[in-house]
Ligand binder design. Sequence first.
Ligand SMILES: C[S@@+](CC[C@H](N)C(=O)[O-])C[C@H]1O[C@@H](n2cnc3c(N)ncnc32)[C@H](O)[C@@H]1O
Length: 195
Amino acid sequence: MLYDLPTILDRIEMPKLFPAAQPLEVELGCGDASFLVEYARRNLVKNFIGVERLLGRIQKLDKKGRRNGLTNVCGVRIESAYFLEYLLPKQCATALHIYFPDPWPKKRHHRHRLINEHFPMLARAALAPGGTVYLRTDDADYFQQMNEVFAAATFFEKTETPLSLAEITTDFEREFNAQGIPTLRSAYQLKLMAG
Ligand SMILES: C[S@@+](CC[C@H](N)C(=O)[O-])C[C@H]1O[C@@H](n2cnc3c(N)ncnc32)[C@H](O)[C@@H]1O
């Protein structure tokens, strides 16, 4: 269930990851993959890639995916922005999920945040026309930044997160919610006219 990149210089060939050609969704920073595996289990007619840089966490995707007998989910161990920019074929994802990305709360560390002013362009290149970016965080400051960068990207428009998606929680989300910290959630859809 983990794809060993043969090279980091060429874009991925999707048939090498999945037996069936189906719409693709990608989760960046999938952590223990509890969200992704459950989402994949409920959506067998779609394929899912989980991107994660930590070996111990991506191995959990492998374990959970196998335990559920899934063939529509695959993990790639790599840095998320690099994956979007250089490895994912252009315009091939119908959705990107970014849930509880590291918030880097200190101001001098904000430059490490995944969702920054460059991210909407990366997302646009990766998404098929009409594709959607789904965001969740516990961090109010990061949430504001996420919404500001997407509001400034005129090729995206705000949309809703379907209940069938919102109801599947992530590992970090369950932890935060158990402490009384609510999920901040937003979604942005690529306008169909965006070139
Ligand atoms: C706070 S955790 C959230 C995990 C999961 N999305 C969840 O909600 O339970 C952030 C995850 O993103 C991974 N991560 C952080 N920065 C990354 C990057 N640039 N590329 C790939 N993975 C990254 C971390 O290793 C970690 O597993």
